[in-house]
Write a protein that binds this ligand. Structure first.
Ligand code: GLN
Length: 543
């Protein structure tokens, strides 16, 4: 066994209480005290990973450097901690069973009956200990998706019970996130759902050490004492988690409630008085005191559900704070945009981002939006499918290649500007087979992309099947759309930009997956800057 300490975060009463943000905030506080921390998420569904899930089902699919398609909470972990995660940080029931069944087929269980306990629970524990065994981390925080009491969460809770027993009380700790609802008719905060939720945990053999209570109103001491008495926790371990104006306030709220100190005391650490949160506070200061304000349209097809574009909206928060500018994002459904209304819908915007996506729906709306911003010198940023659409628009309207398209949308197109690579053509399995994860990219000196990054070699994360068709590249470059970034090994186009435009950049990769509080992504920072400049120029034109 290593000296790594393990923290388990469960949730009760209802889902969506923000276990991911609480876990990330605790991790941030521990990191700010000099500890190395990683966070792991268990998802109780049977999909092997969320890569095959529709964003409406589960929000954005977050991709790590090693090409894992993961839960969007991993995005929060990276944005808060500024440390990359990997496949080991997100494990689903599907993956656990997949591994166990594979071992069974390989004869690894030597004729034994394979059962939920011990085989599934062992596999769950292995994936917990695997992170700790690397000796890389002082703390591994494991967040259990779903709610205590869900049938599908049972094996995970049982694994936590066993792990706590095996590790001992100073090496393992359990935090339960719960809800204290406010009944306005009675004018009271109610603790009963929390008592029931803790009872359910106790039935499964897990005594929580700390309760984090989501609440709309302040939690008075008498209520904390009542919760403490009924749930067997010291009253100073009943932590209030009030609704916050931004998720980035939560580490400071948890600090005020001394969540980090309770954890460290319980795990027998001596600790200094204050964690070093200067950078974090500086970021919050800028976020809350903007000196400018812009309007950005995000054109996409899953706009009704903002979780579908979580990393993009957070990247705007980071880039906005960096520029001391409030970025007001208007989400526009690409299906609602056509040739006649693109101008009306976009005229008031200072920048337009065309979002990633899959499939035909809404594609023409994206292309019309791009035509408008290209012709009107409005700052544009296209990500993945957004970049592909920018090349299709250019092919149709500048190169006059009629019917130009992506083979994804029209397999019969005469001008396949976006096409499948040979290695993608004969694939049958859909899960985990796209171009996924980090790839190197070489930027051309003298381009906007190069000026933005300030270096020629970058690495960015991908998640797509289709690519720009290099047969058309010469023609594109002759007419002003250049490939400013290419994969040095394959020559695939990774960044395009327009020479004669104030800011028109498309990336085949997903920069939003690498933007963090500490390192706002340069492409977002520059796009926001370009939009601020556009606004300033417009204002002076009109005065
Ligand atoms: N559908 C496109 C492809 O597979 C783009 C994917 C994306 O935007 N993530 O290539």
């Amino acid at each position: 066994m290593t000296s790594t300490k393990y923290i388990f975060v469960t949730g009760g009463v209802t889902s969506s209480l923000g276990k991911g943000i609480i876990s990330a905030s605790l991790a941030k506080l521990l990191q700010a005290r000099g500890f190395s921390v990683t966070i792991q998420k268990f998802d109780p569904y049977i999909n092997v990973d969320p890569g095959t899930l529709n964003p409406y089902e589960h929000g954005e699919c977050y991709v790590t450097d090693d090409g894992a398609e993961t839960d969007l909470d991993l995005g929060h972990y990276e944005r808060f901690l500024n440390v990359p995660t990997s496949q080991a940080n997100n494990v689903t029931t599907g993956r656990i069973y997949y591994n166990v069944i594979k071992k069974e087929r390989e004869g690894e269980f030597l004729g034994k009956t394979v059962q939920v306990v011990p085989h599934i629970t062992d596999e769950i524990k292995n994936s917990i200990y695997k992170l700790g065994n690397t000796d890389q981390y002082d703390f591994v925080i494991t967040e259990l998706g779903g709610c205590v009491g869900d049938i599908e969460s049972l094996p995970f809770i049982e694994a936590v019970r066993q792990a706590r027993f095996e590790l001992g009380p100073t090496n393992a700790l359990s935090i339960h996130l719960t809800l204290i609802p406010y009944l306005s008719a009675a004018g009271e905060l109610k603790t009963k759902p929390t008592q029931h939720s803790v009872k359910q945990l106790l039935e499964a053999g897990v005594q929580p050490d700390i309760l984090v209570c989501r609440t709309e109103k302040k939690l008075p001491m008498d209520l904390r004492k009542k919760i403490a008495l009924f749930c067997n926790v010291p009253h100073n371990c009943v932590i209030e988690a009030m609704d916050a104006p931004t998720i980035y306030d939560v580490p400071l709220l948890m600090r005020k409630e001394k969540l980090d100190e309770r954890v460290l005391a319980r795990m027998k650490f001596s600790y200094k008085k204050e964690p070093g949160l200067e950078h974090w506070k500086e970021f919050l200061g800028k976020l809350k005191n903007p000196t400018d304000e812009i309007r950005i349209a995000v054109v996409g097809k899953y706009v009704e559900l903002q979780d579908a574009y979580k990393s993009i909206s957070e990247s705007f928060v980071h880039a906005g704070a960096h520029n001391e500018c409030k970025v007001n994002v208007t989400w526009i459904s690409s299906e609602k945009i056509d040739e006649s209304n693109a101008e009306t819908l976009l005229a008031k915007m200072h920048g337009v981002l065309v979002a990633p996506g899959f499939g035909e729906r809404g594609i023409e709306g994206k292309i019309h939006s791009i035509k408008y911003v290209r012709e009107n010198d409005v700052p544009f940023f296209g990500i993945c499918l957004g970049m592909q659409c920018a090349t299709i628009e250019f092919a149709r309207n500048v190169l006059k290649l009629e019917g130009a398209h992506s083979k994804e949308m029209n397999p019969e197109t005469k001008h396949p500007i976006i096409d499948l690579m040979e290695d993608q053509k004969n694939l049958i399995e859909m899960g985990g087979t796209m171009r996924l994860g980090a790839y190197e990219c070489q930027l051309t000196k003298g381009t906007k992309a190069h000026a933005t990054y300030g270096q020629t070699k970058i690495s960015e994360r991908h998640r797509h099947r289709y690519e720009f068709n290099n047969k058309y590249l010469d023609e594109f470059e002759k007419h002003g759309m250049i490939a400013s970034g290419k994969n040095p090994k394959t020559g695939l186009v990774e960044v395009v930009e327009l020479k004669d435009h104030r800011w028109f950049v498309g990336s085949q990769f997903h920069p939003e997956l690498k933007s963090t509080v500490l390192n706002p992504h340069p492409l977002f920072v520059k796009f926001v800057k370009a939009a601020m400049q556009y606004k300033a120029d417009k204002t002076s034109d009109n005065s």
